[in-house]
Write a protein that binds this ligand. Sequence first.
Ligand SMILES: Cc1cc2nc3c(=O)[nH]c(=O)nc-3n(C[C@H](O)[C@H](O)[C@H](O)COP(=O)(O)O)c2cc1C
Length: 185
Amino acid sequence: MNAKQLILERRTVRKYTDQPVPEELVLELLDIAVYAPNHKLREPWRFVLAIDEGRERYVEELLQLLERSGKFDGKTPEQRKALECQFTTVPVYLTVLCQTIGTEAQQTEDLLATAALIQNIQLLATDIGLGVCWKTGKHWYTEEYEQLVGVSSTERVVGVLQLGWPDVVPPVKKRESARNKLTHF
Ligand SMILES: Cc1cc2nc3c(=O)[nH]c(=O)nc-3n(C[C@H](O)[C@H](O)[C@H](O)COP(=O)(O)O)c2cc1C
């Protein structure tokens, strides 16, 4: 696919088949995605991949963390099961971290560079038919989650990417034309 097609066809995919995603494929995507622009070539990112056996342990620990955070409070058994399913049916979790060192301006640059890298991952995944959902719910930004995935005191979580082969590809969500948001100087 060319760049235009990739951008227009990318969707946030939240439902996946149980077909495994090979680790080598994820690593290949990441090795291309790291060519994202980043100021002074600081390459500020780091990744924590939960796949195969690691994923089993990760999901187990994640559900316990969610339980403790009150995410399941007040849910009926059916609602709880549906919510759990949102986490247990994800084939791969990739936590994307960004360093938090240097001046405020450098930290902003590093965060933006990491966001560019994430979009690279999403577009590359689209190209091979792999689905991605970029998650930013508040539980990913807790000390408990940071401990779970080993975030150091000079790093922050930018997002958690769920990866898998799409079971459902949502329809396009139309965007307003940029022409309506444009002012001539
Ligand atoms: C920074 C960021 C955070 C997001 N966080 C979530 C999230 O926590 N949960 C989720 O389901 N989708 C999340 N998304 C995906 C958006 O909801 C999605 O991009 C939007 O609905 C448009 O759909 P599309 O990506 O299919 O075009 C996030 C996207 C971005 C860029």
